[in-house]
Design a protein. Structure first.
Length: 320
């Protein structure tokens, strides 16, 4: 999990990048031209918190940003406690189901035994009906246990399986036809796919490490696999063809830098008096939001600081 904290101290911006891994906490502190980095072992939550605070105080960090830093770590502790409680509740629930199942099985077997024994006593046919009664009780008990497990442990019924999203029930071994797809076809398929996603899930799950789209997921919407690759920005969702595959990583880097700049300065990094609203790379480099100048020009749109690679066709009046 990654956190970014920014505080404005007059003309100087104070910034912390905190990245939590399974065993380590990686922290980067920057204030003006001062930079410092540390790795902290997270084998104990309190020790890790104390070490983080000591690192920040050695950097002469402000009390406000130190206070902000405590909040996500406290949330993680609460989250761990919540997960543990859910695990305990699950154990109690499953234990109760098993106890009830065992009780039902024992009661069924005992009832079957009594019924069989009574019949053997009346018909003087021991142990035929006793054995039959035991077997009948065992079968009934197993059926009751199965129904209980089916209900309380959430085993999917055939009806539920049929109602699952078509992307989930599509067999992995389906061999889709290779098709010719245009940029518009892919854009429409991505929009439809995103509309079917559960709430809180982003369409960025379609993007691979190299920014190419995963067409195995999109195949049901395209009715096939495109013969050529397409690429998508994770920040702006713009889609590109093969010849422009270098643009998405640049856009994502600049979009994140623009967002952090705006949070710190409450304004966008624009070229002065520029009617095209080009992103001012000098400002982003000067305040360490970018490490190097991008090789392409990017422009700010009118949609909440979203950038675009498309040069505006007309000059616009006014500012952001």
């Amino acid at each position: 999990m990654k956190y970014v904290f920014i505080k404005e101290l007059g003309k100087v911006v104070e910034k912390i990048d905190l990245e939590e891994e399974a065993k380590w906490i990686h922290i980067k502190y920057a204030r003006g031209s001062f930079h410092k980095t540390a790795y902290i072992l997270r084998n104990d939550q309190k020790v890790a918190q104390d070490t983080l605070e000591k690192f920040l105080r050695d950097c002469n960090a402000s009390e406000e940003i130190i206070a902000d830093l405590k909040n996500p770590l406290k949330k993680d502790v609460k989250s761990a406690e919540k997960n543990f409680q859910e695990f305990i509740n699950f154990l109690i629930k499953t234990s109760s189901v098993h106890i009830m199942g065992a009780f039902a099985l024992g009661l069924s077997i005992f009832a079957g035994y009594l019924l069989g024994a009574r019949l053997d006593e009346r018909l003087n046919n021991y142990p035929s009906f006793t054995v039959i009664g035991l077997m009948f009780g065992l079968v009934v008990g197993c059926l009751i246990g199965y129904v209980m497990m089916y209900k309380y442990l959430g085993i999917l019924s055939k009806k539920q399986i049929k109602s699952l999203d078509k992307r989930k029930i599509s067999p992995e071994n389906v061999e889709w036809l290779v098709i010719e797809a245009t940029l518009y076809d892919v854009q429409r398929a991505v929009r439809n796919y995103a509309a079917d996603l559960p709430k809180g899930i982003s369409r960025t799950i379609l993007v691979k490490e190299d920014y190419s789209l995963d067409f195995q997921k999109l195949a049901p919407y395209l009715k096939g696999i495109p013969s050529k690759s397409f690429y998508m920005s994770k920040e702006t969702y713009d889609i590109f063809e093969e010849k422009d595959k270098h643009i998405p990583p640049i856009m994502d880097t600049v979009q994140r830098a623009v967002n952090m700049f705006y949070r710190a300065n409450e304004k966008y990094p624009l070229m002065p008096y520029d009617p095209m609203h080009r992103v001012n790379y000098y400002q982003l480099l000067q305040e360490h939001y970018l490490l190097e100048k991008p090789e392409i020009e990017l422009y700010l749109t009118e949609y909440n600081g979203i950038i675009t690679h498309i040069k505006p066709q007309k000059k616009r009046a006014g500012g952001y």
